[in-house]
Every structure is written in C-alpha cells, then in structure tokens.
Ligand binder design. Sequence first.
Ligand SMILES: C/C=C/C(=O)SCCNC(=O)CCNC(=O)[C@H](O)C(C)(C)COP(=O)(O)OP(=O)(O)OC[C@H]1O[C@@H](n2cnc3c(N)ncnc32)[C@H](O)[C@@H]1OP(=O)(O)O
Length: 267
Amino acid sequence: MNESMESQIPEFEFLSYEARDQVAIVTIRRPQALNALNQDLLVELASVTDVITQDPEVRVAVFTGEGRAFVAGADIGQIADIQDAFAGREFALLGQTVMGEIAALPLPTIAAINGFALGGGLELALACDLRVASTKARLGLPEVSLGIIPGFGGTQRLLRLLGRGRALDLIFTGRHVSAEEALQLGLVNRVGEDALEAALELARAILKNGPVALALAKEAVTRGEGLELEEALEVEADLFGFAVTTKDMKEGTRAFLEKRAPEFKGE
Ligand SMILES: C/C=C/C(=O)SCCNC(=O)CCNC(=O)[C@H](O)C(C)(C)COP(=O)(O)OP(=O)(O)OC[C@H]1O[C@@H](n2cnc3c(N)ncnc32)[C@H](O)[C@@H]1OP(=O)(O)O
C-alpha cells in the first residue's frame, strides 16, 4: 500500500486494517464486548470492503478478532431495543448487506476464528470463502436461545455449506461446537494452534496462484451455486474462456513448460 492510499483509509473505531505481503488483515476490535457487532461496527465492516477492493496490492483478505473472541454475535443490547418487525427486518437487512459485501469481494477471503464465533460472528465467518479455527474456538448459532433466528445470512449459508440436517442441528440446538467438531462437520477448513498464523499460511499457499484465475474460480463457484448444472457449466465455460485470454494464463503455462515458478501480475 502506498502513502497516498494509506491516507485514504477511513478512521475506524472498532476495527483495524493492515496490508502486508499481499494479504489484508481486518481485525475486529471491541474486545470488552467480545467483538459483538453493533450497528457502527457493521457499517465499518462494509466500508473496509471498499478499502480492500481499492488496494491494488491485496490478493487475499483475512478477517479476525482481538482478544478471546472472533465475534460473539450481533450486539444483544441493540437487538433488545428493537421495537417492531419493520426495525427488526431493517437490522437483519443491514447485517445481510454487510455479509453480502464481504462474500462478494473478488478475491479469496479467510476467517481466522481465534475464539467465539457465535450468531452474527459465525455468519460473518460463513460469508468468508474459507474458515480456519484455533483449537480454542467455539462456533454456533445460538439465536433461538434468545427467541430470534439467525438473520445475517446464517440460515442460508449454513444450509448450503453443511446441508439441511447438519444445519438444522446447529440452528435448533444453538449449541457451541469445538474446533475439532467444526472440522469434522466441514464448518471449518483447518484448525491450528494460532488461527491467524494458520490463516496466513493458507493465504501464502493461495498467493502462489494466478490472481485473475482465483477471482474467476470464485465467481464460477458463486454464480454456479444457484443454477441448474447445465447452466452452471455454461458459466464455467465462459469464465474459462476469459481465463485463457489473460496474461496470467500465458505466464502460468509458459512457466510450467520452462520448468520455473510463475510470476503472476494479476492481468
Ligand atoms: C442476526 C444475529 C443475531 C445474533 O448474533 S444474536 C447474538 C448471538 N450470540 C450469542 O448469543 C452469544 C452471547 N454471548 C455469550 O453467550 C457469552 O458472552 C459467551 C459464551 C460468548 C462468553 O461468556 P463469558 O466468557 O462468560 O463472557 P461474558 O461475561 O458473557 O462476556 C463478556 C462481555 O461481553 C459481552 N457480550 C458477549 N457477547 C455479546 C453480544 N453478542 N452482544 C453484546 N454483548 C456481548 C457480555 O455482555 C460481557 O459484557 P460485560 O462485561 O459488560 O458484562
């Protein structure tokens, strides 16, 4: 990130943004409330997605939390103050929009789950492409214990990730699962002693690959998810067609034939 870019980054109250070695690290910092997502924090998360998209050096984004939680959910104090169905719907739509913006980032995203990822916190992790948990992490959707339901995309993203039976087990019981069980369920991709370290290791493995190809692969999976197979395969073929026109493709194939490591430029 150059100096003029740095000066364009908004002042955040509840999170920090840093970019190093092509990886953006967004750290949610409201540790006294276990990083619970209040409205201001949600707005800051939306705004950090713009910072990530506008940083030309960033190829992978990692989201994590300060202290002993990733995010312990939406702010229960704010939920308790919601007066009517209209305001409740607006609150859910705000959360869904923010998670949607994270999900739509045109690069691989990783949630480094360093502790509790509950309710809106797990929903944030589900909006990321990949999830890496520390051995101490606890994950769950306990909303029904508060008389509400997951509202930041959790009912739909968990269903798509785990299937109906396993999603409803977690949603109906609201139980907290350990990192080990989350790995068995397919809720997280990896478990490590230190979530951020493990996420950065995963990021480094991803960074070896062509940036345009990564964005196109994400687009193919995302757009294909809601389509019939035949239509989804057409999307894949179109995006493959685009991939072969890129400089990255020329570099990747040439490097293979010349028996050297590729130097991708993301073009
Ligand atoms: C659409 C989305 C909806 C949702 O996301 S609804 C919320 C879903 N999440 C939850 O239900 C989890 C709520 N939190 C907890 O159950 C517990 O916390 C934990 C099990 C995560 C940890 O328990 P322990 O170790 O005993 O810590 P502690 O004293 O409860 O928490 C420390 C401080 O953090 C505040 N806090 C924790 N989670 C939230 C939250 N989600 N919203 C607002 N505040 C929260 C507490 O109140 C307390 O604060 P103080 O020190 O002032 O008493």
